[in-house]
Design a protein around this ligand. Structure first.
Ligand code: LMR
Length: 391
């Protein structure tokens, strides 16, 4: 029977990790998978996570099951960051821990489908796994162009996509730090989009995977805040993998905002059933460590300082690239106006291959770069390589 299966290609993004590791060149540059790097190119465990893990090791006396919701303290302590300290506390919001943001996106899309959606609107390009998840769930993906070439959001495209949407469609939005373009909506744009979503009766699923890495924890929540202000039903997929640096621990959360507590509880019962049938209960370790941080003022302050250090470094790299203005035919100035770890450069797959093979510069085939892979030391080499292949 197994001989009936068709060979699947390796995940293109994850394949870059292997290619990079196999390259013996000392001055190679990894701009592939979305992992934060310090100015020394390292991805260290956060100080606050180390301290929390120590405390967890000292105090945890059982590894018995926690249940479908995962670590409840983690889920509730995260809410003021996701929704703001003034979020409604009338039972309209409930959540659960998920295996990474991916688990939460999957749950959100599955809930939208279970609630009757057959189509999901999504700005393209998007994180490639979004399309894979929607395809796997048999949800029709209705793409619209996300960004203009000048680095602004393509508002005409989203307006017309929403105007031709049907009530009962869903839309997947990146809450902040758009992956792969770095192009976020301005507060005024968010407001307009959220009003249109509400007017058209479309269900928003907001994917928040990089909170804090754009303009600040509160600033990066403004998009979701606008959606909440206009729409009485919202699904949220949240990832802690980047802003707590716990990538391999797979820490995420899924939240439902319903019209009322009854609707929310019913939606959550569906989310629990879907989770039970796929991963059952989420892995505990990373969520428990994050809960310990969020319960402790000093650890929380240290965590927020670490997020600020990351944000400042990413924005400094963006500014430095924009200062160069051009590399060959590539205009680097929009990078300073974009947010988060990613930018998509106008380079062809052939040029991406040339960058890798001739210069040891690794990036996604789409031309997406992980800005955090650049440092003051390797920026000149990167610009030179880019100029060489596009000039
Ligand atoms: C990325 O886009 O690089 C990250 O979200 C990692 C992943 O799982 O693709």
């Amino acid at each position: 029977m197994l001989d009936q299966l068709t060979q699947q290609p390796a995940d293109a993004l994850l394949a870059i990790i292997k290619l990079f590791n196999a390259d013996a060149r000392q001055d190679k540059i990894d701009l592939g998978v979305g992992v934060y790097r310090t100015a020394d190119g390292a991805t260290p465990v956060f100080r606050a996570i180390k301290a929390a893990e120590k405390r967890l090791w000292e105090t945890q006396d059982s590894k018995g099951y926690l249940g479908l919701v995962g670590d409840e303290g983690f889920v509730t302590r995260l809410m003021p960051y996701v929704f703001g300290a003034d979020h409604p506390a009338d039972g309209r919001i409930a959540g659960m821990q998920t295996p990474g943001g991916t688990g939460a996106v999957r749950l959100g899309a599955a809930i939208a489908k279970a609630a009757g959606a057959t189509r999901m609107l999504i700005g393209t390009p998007s994180w490639p796994n979004h399309a894979q998840i929607l395809g796997d769930l048999d949800l029709e993906m209705v793409g619209f162009n996300h960004a203009n070439t000048d680095g602004s959001a393509d508002m005409d495209a989203i307006r017309s996509a929403l105007r031709s949407a049907n009530a009962g469609d869903a839309i997947l939005l990146h809450g902040c730090c758009h992956n792969p373009t770095g192009v976020d909506y301005t507060p005024a744009e968010w407001d307009e989009i959220a009003a249109l979503i509400a007017q058209r009766g479309v269900l928003p699923l907001v994917d928040v995977a990089y909170q804090g890495l754009g303009n600040g924890m509160a600033e990066d929540r403004l998009g979701l805040k606008a959606v909440m202000a206009h729409c009485d039903e919202v699904l949220v997929a949240y990832s802690c993998d980047k802003n707590f640096g716990v990538y391999r621990d797979r820490v995420g959360a899924f939240y439902v905002v319903g019209k009322n507590a009854d609707d929310t509880n019913r939606a959550m019962s569906n989310a629990f059933a879907l989770a039970r049938a796929s991963w059952s209960m989420p892995p505990d370790h990373g969520g428990a460590a994050i809960r310990i941080i969020l319960e402790d003022e000093a650890l929380t302050a240290d965590w927020l300082a670490e997020v600020e250090e990351m944000r400042d470094r990413i924005n400094a790299v963006r500014a430095k690239l924009a200062e160069a203005v051009k590399a060959g035919s590539v205009d680097l100035t929009p990078l300073a106006r974009q947010n988060g770890m990613f930018a998509t450069l106008p380079v062809s797959p052939e040029q991406v291959k040339q960058l890798r093979e001739e210069h040891g510069v690794y990036m996604a085939g789409s031309g997406r770069i992980n800005v955090a892979g650049l440092t003051t030391n390797n920026i000149p080499k990167f610009i030179h390589a880019l100029a060489d292949v596009t000039g």
